[in-house]
Design a protein around this ligand. Structure first.
Ligand code: URA
Length: 434
């Protein structure tokens, strides 16, 4: 077999067989196929797409290119959730304990943030002492005992994706729905859960800026699940403005605690109930309506908060901080941003808000950058709110006051005002079940 034949075949719109895909992935991971040939194939896939069968085969080959997590030492059904990334998205911190409190195991491996979107591991590491670097046995023990653990990705997970993603990044082939679907799903399949809920975000702060692309991506990812015999459902959710009010690691942990106490922002709370319910549906706990009731009960009865405290303590964090979040370290500088004019906030560009938080020190541009856990934004007004000139819109937090001026400008540039209230967008656009 020669790589040139695969490139020509795909260029001409034909389907690649499992053997051909295996030749490509194995050869590339071993360093036997050069980047220039893989770049050409990626570009051919970008234009010609892939059938569901090709995509299922490619994804499984990618997943098997490295370690496949074996979660069999964990008893019961393990349900995972993946978000395609957004601004202020702290849902894992809330729905993980909600679902675990309903008796479904959550053995979650998460990543760090890069660019304007945050990562769950960074958020958790904002809790002093919290360990995300767990060995296999400790991870299994915590899940078996408490029903939930969230750890950093370890081992040699999907090396094929690491190489391919780096190449796609510099060859204009990131924005290909089959390539995105195989990249995300290979990592999820390698993480080993029995069922996976995909939170596919759409809007100004999402990877998929429009609904049509988000639906297409979700359909491809659920098709991969069907092909490989894993239960995969997707929800298309709104990321046109930041989720909740807090953006930034410590600030998001505090907002997650408030939400688990039943006092979270409405948009975040509603979405968490919907996502948790769908994870419970995947675990066969009942119909969607029954699972919504279970999810609400775990949230409002305090059972989810109790689970969260158990997990924090089991992973070395100080559980007292959950009872007294005011004890979290605070940023040394803060600034209230006020409305420059009167009107309704008709749009709040989520990506712009994410970049603002990064400018304050909450995010990293390169993998090796360090982050300021205390930095970020707390919004006091959101889309649809009416403000008078001079009313507070947000508070900026940072350890470096020199960062404030640029961040304030970025935040104000992210806002649009109008004389009339904007159309209210739903939190959940669509459910795509397996
Ligand atoms: N996230 C991923 O993990 N892979 C992609 O290709 C795009 C977003």
């Amino acid at each position: 077999m020669r790589m040139l034949e695969l490139i020509v075949k795909k260029r001409d719109g034909q389907h690649l067989t499992k053997e051909e895909l295996s030749f490509w992935i194995d050869g590339y991971v071993k360093g036997e196929i050069p980047d220039y040939q893989v770049s050409a194939l990626l570009m051919a896939i970008y234009y010609q797409g892939m059938s569901d069968e090709e995509l299922g085969n490619l994804t499984m080959l990618m997943a098997r290119s490295g370690d496949m997590a074996d979660l069999s030492p964990i008893q019961g059904c393990k349900v995972d959730k993946h978000s395609t990334g957004g601004v202020g998205d702290k849902t894992t911190l809330i729905i993980g304990p909600m679902v675990a409190a309903c008796g479904v195991k959550v053995a979650k491996m998460s990543g760090r943030g890069l660019g304007f979107t945050g990562g769950t591991i960074d958020k958790l590491e904002a809790i002093p002492g919290f360990q995300t670097n767990l060995d296999r046995d400790t991870f299994f023990e915590i899940v078996n005992q408490h029903g939930i653990s969230v750890a950093g990705q370890s081992g040699n997970l999907v090396p094929a994706d690491k190489k391919l993603y780096a190449l796609r990044d510099v060859t204009g082939t990131v924005e290909s729905i089959p390539l995105i679907a195989s990249s995300i799903m290979s990592k999820k399949l390698a993480s080993g859960s029995d069922a996976i809920l995909l939170d596919v975000k759409t809007g100004s702060g999402a990877f998929m800026k429009n609904l049509e692309d988000a639906v297409a991506l979700a359909k491809k990812m659920t098709a991969i699940g069907r092909h490989v015999g894993r239960k995969v459902s997707a929800m298309i959710t709104n990321m046109d403005e930041p989720l909740g009010n807090a953006i930034g690691n410590t600030l998001e942990i505090i907002e997650a605690i408030e939400t688990l106490n039943g006092h979270g922002p409405k948009d975040l709370t509603e979405l968490c109930i919907d996502l948790a319910a769908e994870m419970l549906v995947l675990a066969e706990k009942g119909t969607r309506d029954e699972c919504r009731e279970l999810a609400k009960d775990s949230l409002y009865s305090g059972k989810a908060l109790k689970k969260w405290k158990e997990m924090v303590a089991a992973q070395g964090g100080d559980p007292d901080l959950i009872d007294y979040p005011q004890r979290f370290q605070k940023a040394s500088a803060e600034k209230t941003v006020t409305a420059p004019q009167e009107g309704y906030i008709s749009h709040m560009d989520a990506e712009g808000c994410g970049i603002t938080a990064s400018l304050l020190g909450a995010g990293r541009e390169k993998k090796e950058d360090s982050i300021d856990y205390t930095a970020g934004i707390v919004l006091s007004a959101k889309c649809g709110d009416f403000v008078k000139k001079g009313d507070p819109i947000a508070t900026l937090y940072t350890s470096d006051p020199k960062r404030i001026a640029e961040a304030e400008k970025k935040l104000l540039d992210s806002l649009t005002f109008s004389a009339n209230p904007p159309e209210k967008l739903p939190m959940v656009y669509q459910w795509i079940t397996y």
